[in-house]
Design a protein around this ligand. Structure first.
Ligand code: PAF
Length: 274
């Protein structure tokens, strides 16, 4: 595996890549969810590029940019074990050589809902860096986790609306045996918070089973949140698979975000309405 940190090194590595080129973009602190993205890419593409960059643009002023976990050695070891070809680990000045970008990708109205409502500017920051990394890595295919479901949808919309010749593929969320969705932020949780954090996946499961029987998914999920008042719910919404208004029948998506102590977690599941 080649580890590169500059634009010329990346360009050289990209120029010598053959066949279908896949990219997996991350902020490091890799876990089994990222490993699933990388393994899928490894199985489906000829060349696998991994990017590791904690993007300051997508953190609000009171968010966890400074304390976001940085585990580069372990990340590179995991990537090597999966057979990644190139890891791009740029420092901030390589990604933003002219300082903070003045022009940013506008995520549109869907970027102002849910995560965008609670984290103003978040999706502008995400789409701007993803767009830059698309330009720098020029992949044929890109893999993103369904765990960040709204992010996945907006990246797909950006690829479509900006005519990017990139196939954006979603990979299902990886969960612990007890249901907790894997997240780099789980490592912030103290043991009692780790138990409380199960409220999110339990609420989603309850909502999905209620919905399958024709009952109100959100009401069923809210009843689970009500049992754990120390978990502060941000939102629990039922939408269509593209995050539009909830349909009357067929496939839908149930999404949630909540605070467990100082840690904000998100999760979502597919729902089938009868
Ligand atoms: O999902 C993430 O880790 C980040 O939002 C991404 C896509 C790598 C952009 O910084």
């Amino acid at each position: 595996m080649r580890v590169v940190g500059t634009r010329p090194e990346l360009a050289a590595a990209r120029a010598s890549s053959s066949g279908t080129v896949a990219v997996v973009m991350t902020m490091g602190a890799l876990h089994e969810g990222h490993a699933a993205l990388l393994r899928t890419a490894r199985a489906e593409a000829d060349t696998v590029l991994l990017t590791i960059f904690v993007n300051p643009l997508q953190f609000g002023p009171n968010e966890d940019f400074d304390r976001y976990p940085r585990t580069m050695d372990a990340d590179l070891a995991l990537a090597r074990s999966i057979g990644v070809d190139v890891a791009f680990t740029p420092p901030r000045e390589v990604m933003y050589p002219h300082g903070e970008p003045v022009v940013r990708v506008n995520p549109g109205p869907a970027g102002e809902l849910y995560e965008g409502a609670s984290r103003p500017g978040f999706f502008h920051g995400v789409l701007t860096v993803v767009n830059k990394l698309f330009q720098l890595t020029r992949p044929d295919v890109a893999y993103f986790g369904e765990k960040d479901y709204q992010q996945l949808g907006l990246i797909r919309a950006m690829a479509r609306d900006f005519d990017l010749p990139i196939d954006v593929r979603g990979v299902p969320t990886v969960r612990e045996a007890d249901g907790l969705a894997l997240s780099s932020r789980n490592r912030y949780l103290a043991p009692a918070e780790r138990s409380a954090a199960l409220t999110l996946s339990r609420a989603l499961r309850a909502g999905a089973s209620a919905a399958a029987e024709g009952a109100d998914a959100v009401a069923a999920g809210l009843a689970v949140f009500a049992e754990t008042p120390e978990v502060k719910l941000d939102y629990l919404v039922l939408t269509d698979p593209l995050l539009g208004p909830a349909p009357a029948h067929g496939p839908a998506r149930l999404l949630t975000a909540a605070w467990v102590g100082a840690t904000r977690l998100i999760d979502n599941v597919e729902v089938q309405l009868p």
